[in-house]
Design a protein around this ligand. Structure first.
Ligand SMILES: Cc1cc2nc3c(=O)[nH]c(=O)nc-3n(C[C@H](O)[C@H](O)[C@H](O)COP(=O)(O)OP(=O)(O)OC[C@H]3O[C@@H](n4cnc5c(N)ncnc54)[C@H](O)[C@@H]3O)c2cc1C
Length: 529
């Protein structure tokens, strides 16, 4: 028998919802497209799968390629035994810190990973307590703890990065450590809060076997310098000191105390634009109807996602971090503020769809409103978060307004059923959103009216705005040298990930952590080599 000929590199096909998608059916489609007998084709592999719902015709869009038996195994290169001295200190065990540690281990370089929060299991218990009793632990919450802000999230894995190989590397690693294989082919991959913690702890366990150490409940409160000005050590809240040759700062956008300690240490910070607004929640059935039309109940279709965007007075108003079949969660890190965010389980099967709906804020907006200096954005976020907490009645009940009322400029007297467990408090969210001195609510209301025209029901009585979504991205950048990736103000300090202003989600933070590891590896060779 002759070996199958390689007749194509990649081929794209559309598949109707009721068409079969097994290997035989796909081979037949490819053979017909190439006008060759199916027996002449090599084995076919699904490379990408997207749902295309444009124009009311819902179908799957597939990218297929010949199976390549010589492709390297998933997740290679493997991490290896590291020097146990841990010459690198990684502060923060979110995606940036964890993937940085992993990449260092691939190069045989050991590190110690410090996180102020708890490991995934005890952290889960704190989140339960947070939701049920409304008590925020400033070191263990939806933002802080093993895996960082994304551990108990929707686990969406999209990124705007065009570095296909590097993005693939991150996805492969997540899969190798337990995420479902679908993330390797779905155009909009996601993992879900029930699966992500296991992936994160499996990565930690493997790294620990190889000599990397992890310490939880280890909050860094100071960074010490050598006489040369370079980084020497970090000081923890319990007073202990850990010395290292390099410190990776991967503390995320909610570690406001870290910006303050950097400022005190003479590390320059730059204020940057970010976005702030609300979470909007709809019955998922409404969104499925809008997106899928008559196919809304088709068993092959997942709960639908959406994206909306509009520019209003030169400022973007856009949906952000949409969670189909998800839950709104309390994501504050401070006792006197209220913050909401979204998460979902892998099945995305709650009866609610939620999404951030936010307005972009530039540094000049902050200045006009009286907030100055590099930490202006944080002061502004804090003001709004405190106003939200007060408006909700002082507990974790979130202030909320039905979308239809918000557009009409009035308070709601009731709210619809919600996924947000601490509950909603019917009010007029405009006073919260405008309390920081930047007129967000008028822009949001005009954009909502427009979205209603595009998606009938989007701004209806059934939709509710929940306040506030304030932690969309970092309002601060920690500058770094473009070649060495070190802070120009403190050699040996490597700011990375979302908190430093170089990422906006799980995958981009992981990619940035890997980049920093490579920069460190260029100057630190493994012990004994
Ligand atoms: C509820 C929620 C849902 C989200 N959903 C998604 C999603 O679906 N998809 C997506 O791409 N993104 C999502 N995000 C955003 C995403 O989680 C972040 O972009 C990403 O985690 C940033 O990674 P990072 O490593 O830079 O920082 P983080 O993940 O924020 O990690 C920082 C870590 O540093 C630790 N730390 C902070 N200060 C100190 C200190 N002083 N000492 C020691 N440790 C410290 C923290 O405990 C934390 O573990 C979500 C965020 C939240 C809160």
């Amino acid at each position: 028998m002759t070996a199958p000929r390689l007749l194509f590199e990649e081929i794209e096909i559309d598949l109707g919802l009721d068409e079969p998608a097994d290997q035989g059916a796909l081979r037949a489609r490819v053979a017909a497209r190439l006008a060759v007998p199916a027996e002449e084709l090599p084995a076919i592999e699904l490379k990408k799968r997207a749902i295309d719902a444009r124009g009311g015709r819902v179908r799957f869009h597939l990218t297929l390629a010949p199976h390549d038996p010589s492709a390297p195994a998933l997740g290679e290169p493997l991490p290896r035994e590291v020097d146990r001295e841990g010459r690198v200190i990684v502060v923060g065990d979110g995606p940036a810190g964890l993937f940085c540690a992993y990449e260092l281990a691939r190069r045989g370089i050991g590190c110690i990973v410090l996180d102020r929060g708890k490991a995934v299991q005890p952290r889960r218990r704190d989140l339960k307590g947070l939701t049920q009793h409304g008590v925020v632990d400033p070191d263990s919450n939806y933002c802080f703890g093993e895996g960082g802000a994304g551990t108990y999230s929707d686990g969406k894995l999209y990124t705007r990065s065009h570095k296909r190989g590097d993005v693939r590397d991150v996805l492969e690693l997540l899969h190798v450590y337990g995420a479902p294989a679908e993330i390797l082919v779905d155009a909009r991959p996601h993992i879900g809060s029930n699966k992500l913690p296991k992936v994160i702890s499996a990565m930690r366990e493997r790294l620990t076997e190889l000599g990397v150490s992890f310490r939880f409940g280890a909050r860094v409160v100071r960074i010490e310098r050598r006489p040369t000005g370079a980084v020497r050590s970090v000081i923890l809240a319990d007073g202990s000191e850990i010395a290292g040759e390099a410190v990776v700062l991967a503390t995320g956008h909610s570690a406001r105390d870290v910006y303050e300690l950097l400022d005190d240490a003479g590390v320059r910070l730059i204020g940057k634009g970010f976005a702030l607004g609300v979470r909007i929640e709809h019955p998922q059935a409404l969104i499925n109807g809008i997106q899928y039309g008559k196919h809304r109940d088709h068993p092959k279709l997942p709960n639908a996602a959406y994206r909306v965007a509009h520019t209003e007075e030169q400022r973007g108003v856009f949906s952000f971090c949409m969670c189909p079949g998800g839950f709104i969660v309390p994501a504050a890190t401070e006792l006197d503020g209220l913050v909401v965010n979204g998460m979902s389980l892998s099945r995305r099967d709650s009866p609610y769809a939620n999404s951030g709906l936010v307005v972009s804020i530039e540094t000049e907006d902050l200045e006009r409103a009286g907030y100055r200096g590099p930490l202006a954005g944080i002061a502004y976020q804090r003001a709004i978060e405190r106003a939200a907490k007060l408006a909700g009645g002082g507990s974790l009940r979130a202030p909320a307004t039905r979308a239809a009322d918000f557009v009409k400029g009035r308070a709601s007297s009731s709210t619809p059923a919600t996924s947000y467990q601490p509950g909603l408090f019917a009010t007029d969210l405009r006073s919260v959103l405008d309390s920081g001195g930047i007129g967000l609510s008028a822009r949001l209301a005009r954009a909502l009216s427009l979205f209603e025209k595009r998606m009938r029901g989007y701004a209806s009585e059934e939709a509710v705005l929940v306040g506030v979504e304030s932690r969309t991205s970092s309002p601060v950048r920690v500058p770094r040298d473009p070649a060495s990736l070190e802070s120009p103000d403190m050699p040996g300090l490597y700011p990375t990930g979302e908190g430093a202003g170089y990422a906006g989600g799980i995958v981009s933070a992981a990619l940035d952590g890997i980049r920093v590891a490579r920069a460190i590896a260029a100057v630190l060779t493994p012990a004994g080599s």
